[in-house]
Each structure stands twice: as C-alpha cells, then as structure tokens.
Design a protein around this ligand. Structure first.
Ligand SMILES: [Zn+2]
Length: 123
C-alpha cells in the first residue's frame, strides 16, 4: 500500500481510537499510523546470539556476527499491516493501547473487504 503525502475525502476515516471525526473539537492535527504485528523468532535469536558469543560477545561480537553470520530473521510479521487515522486527543492518550488500535483497524478492514465482496456479488 502506498502512503500518499496528502489525504483526500476518499481517505477520510473516523478516528480508530474514539470513533469520532479526526478533526473533532477543531483539532488541526491528526495522525496516520500503519501498524504491523510481529512475533519473535527464538531460533533466529538463539542463532544470532550464539554467533555473537562465539565472536567474543558485546558490541565487537555483534559486529563480527552481523558480518560473518547469515543474518537470520529475528521476528516475523503475522497478519497484514493496518493503516488508521488517529485524532490528536487519542494520540496523546497514554491509556490507548496499541493492541486495541490494531484490533479495531482489523475489524474496519474486514468490514471494507466484506463490503467490496458484497458489491462485486451484486454487480
Ligand atoms: Zn480519537
């Protein structure tokens, strides 16, 4: 997905945090966030750590391991990235967990996909 440097009417979504318009309370600033979910790869981490230790550990060991090693993946993304708009109030809210934002964004994406599929089915 290409992220354009401007937002047009077609791109406007409700805030994924509070469900209101991103300019509610006349805020002029809002955010567009693309979030991806990753899971650590223990095998890759152990492989990389072992090589770092083999080369003496610490920063020199890490540098040598990065040059000499196979650069294994340390984490894998699962699920698709989600892009959401977030109003200033929600962006400044420390009690808005990222996991909740991802879940809401995935639900919005599912609804959009269902709407597109239904539109295609109806011609
Ligand atoms: Zn909000």
């Amino acid at each position: 997905m290409e992220l354009k440097p401007q937002i047009t009417r077609r791109d406007v979504q409700l805030c994924i945090g509070c469900g209101r318009g991103v300019a509610h309370d006349h805020n002029m600033i809002f955010f567009r966030a693309t979030l991806e979910r990753f899971c650590l790869d223990q095998r890759g981490i152990m492989q990389e750590h072992g090589l770092e230790q083999f080369f003496g550990g610490g920063k020199p060991g890490a540098v040598l391991a990065s040059v000499m090693g196979t650069n294994p993946p340390l984490a894998h993304r699962f699920g698709e990235p989600t892009t959401s708009l977030i109003c200033l109030d929600c962006a400044m809210n420390p009690a808005l967990p990222v996991t909740m934002v991802i879940e809401r964004a995935e639900k919005v994406a599912e609804k959009k996909a269902d709407a597109v599929a239904e539109e295609k089915a109806n011609g």
